[in-house]
Design a protein around this ligand. Structure first.
Ligand code: NAD
Ligand code: UGA
Length: 480
């Protein structure tokens, strides 16, 4: 029986391994982590991450051919294929600080594999890593190998949170990069055979190692670039009276462009887009390509601009001050159908409003108070470390309350900011909300999910990203 082990039981390691176990009953899969809390949660009824469909997949194979454990050494030692899906945060200190990937966790995983291995292994990069990481990993493994043969493969993950299970069941492609040697080809074939249990052969792409590593960074950069492009257009739409939804629909009808990923928003968030682009920028700089680096940096600058612009719209519309005004924040997760708050635009928007002394009342169906307080007090990039190693601020933000109901959050508020596109926010009774708010009552829709005309009929002053502005807002300056 083939044995697989995955180091790192996070948003990627957990769901990907659960799906491999479900689709390959003849393979034994162990997911290991240094975080005891995480592993305990994977072994309980309350999984550590919220992902539609995940519970059923885990229940279907946990205890049969899927195991979650903190006994990292044992499972690595017994495995034929070892996936590494650990954190690859942005460096905050030293060479490349603020851009380069911090490979501390990866390196310690590689050293541990070299230490405990007693038989040949295929080591698979599942984490997103800089191009040429495989070369460094190979050096660590072979320098310690006691005659053991290690083959390194790059098999980046393309799942998106909220649709992870669907994406894993039916991927657009699976990408496997390996060394172009007989041993390398054999390792690629072994991994291909795993995916071939459920992924059609023509969707399993094989490339050299560097193409696989770079394709992952490139895919995220292209996706984020589309959002920054449409968000840049949204600012121009507001200035000219065009409607960004109409513009992106018209643009997306061109089959060469396509309709997906053209929704204007308060900005993209999530654990990867910013991190991976910063990483790409650093690699370009290191390779003497400052113009290319500058090009990709702009995708992040526009994203920051969009978040600032939103905050400025809120403050400017409300007579240039939100000091001590209650502002309801609907949605804190970085997108709907996840409880993940890593790099969520809500953090920047809330911090911007708190900077202007607003009183925030936050509601998100999947994010609890503890998480929100941690996010609002944590330093940039600190979130991307294993849970038990994250520095905790001893003080909470006093001007923030977290509630478990949208009506409670909006009661007596001066304004509502919609920051995540949860379906339930589309179905709220906005007349009831309006009646219970201070007047004039404002809605700032950072996801374009409410019908602005209907809201205006109720009496709200409405701001929707990239849409023709209310007369009220037109007179207010909103320069970021
Ligand atoms: P995560 O923080 O949820 O999970 C990483 C896990 O690795 C943590 O539980 C941590 O405790 C564990 N870990 C760290 N060092 C370890 C070690 N030496 N031994 C054992 N366990 C260790 O992160 P994630 O979101 O799953 O991302 C993992 C990687 O996958 C990152 O490189 C990320 O860029 C990439 N990625 C993420 C997504 C996504 O949607 N989240 C999608 C594609 C790729
Ligand atoms: C993204 C990619 O879509 C995955 O392919 C990739 O594997 C993953 O990053 C990763 O490497 O971590 P994810 O961040 O989970 O997945 O979610 P997305 O659906 O890509 O959304 C990212 C952000 O962009 C969210 O804040 C979302 O609200 C925003 N977005 C998305 C928009 O503002 N407009 C859009 O049209 C689409």
């Amino acid at each position: 029986m083939v044995k697989i082990c995955c180091i790192g039981a996070g948003y990627v390691g957990g769901p990907t391994m659960a799906v491999i176990a479900l689709k390959c009953p003849n393979i034994q899969v162990a997911v290991v982590d240094i975080s005891v809390q995480r592993i305990n949660a994977w072994n309980s009824d309350q999984l550590p991450i919220y992902e539609p469909g995940l519970d059923d997949v885990v229940k279907g194979c946990r205890g049969k051919n899927l195991f979650f454990s903190t006994d990292v050494n044992k499972h690595v030692c017994e495995s034929d294929i070892v996936f590494v899906s650990v954190n690859t945060p942005t460096k905050t200190r030293g060479l490349g600080a603020g851009k380069a990937a911090d490979l501390t966790y990866w390196e310690s995983a590689a050293r541990m594999i070299a230490d405990v291995a007693k038989s040949d292994k295929i080591v698979v990069e599942k984490s997103t890593v800089p191009v040429k990481t495989a070369e460094a990993i190979e050096k660590i493994l072979t320098h310690n190998s006691k005659g053991i043969n290690f083959q390194i493969l790059s098999n980046p993950e393309f799942l998106a949170e909220g649709t992870a299970i669907q994406d894993l069941f039916n991927p657009d492609r699976v990408l496997i990069g390996g060394r172009e040697t007989p041993e390398g080809n054999k390792a690629v074939k072994a991994l291909k055979d795993v995916y071939a249990h459920w992924v059609p052969e023509d969707r399993i792409l094989t490339t050299n190692l560097w193409s696989a590593e770079l394709s992952k960074l490139a895919a995220n950069a292209f996706l984020a670039q589309r959002i920054s492009s449409v968000n840049a257009m949204s600012a121009l739409c507001e200035a000219t009276g065009a409607d960004v939804t109409q513009v992106s629909y018209a643009v997306g009808k061109d089959t060469r462009i396509g309709p997906k990923f053209l929704n204007a928003s308060v900005g993209f968030g999530g654990s990867c887009f910013q991190k991976d682009i910063l990483n790409l920028v650093y690699i370009c700089d290191c390779n003497g390509l400052p113009e290319v680096a500058e090009y990709w940096k702009q995708v992040i600058k526009i994203n920051d601009y969009q978040k600032n612009r939103f905050v400025n719209r809120v403050v400017a519309s409300m007579f240039n001050t939100v000091s001590n005004k209650k502002v309801a924040i609907l949605g804190f997760a970085f997108k709907k159908d996840t409880g993940d708050t890593r790099e969520t635009p809500a953090i920047d928007v809330c911090q911007g409003l708190l900077g202007d002394k607003a009183q925030l009342s936050i509601y998100d169906p999947q994010v609890n108070e503890d998480q929100i307080q941690r996010d609002l007090t944590m330093k940039k990039f600190d979130w991307d470390h294993p849970l038990h190693l994250q520095p905790m601020s001893p003080t909470a933000v006093k001007k923030v309350s977290v509630v478990w109901d949208a009506y409670e959050a909006t009661k007596d508020a001066h304004a509502v900011c919609i920051l995540t596109e949860w379906d339930e926010f589309k179905k709220l009774d906005y007349k009831r909300i309006y009646d219970n708010m201070q007047k004039p009552a404002f809605i700032f829709d950072g996801r374009n999910i409410v019908n602005a005309e209907k809201m205006r009929e109720i009496g709200f002053i409405v701001y929707s990203i990239g849409k023709p502005l209310d007369a009220w807002l037109k007179d207010m300056p909103a320069v970021a």
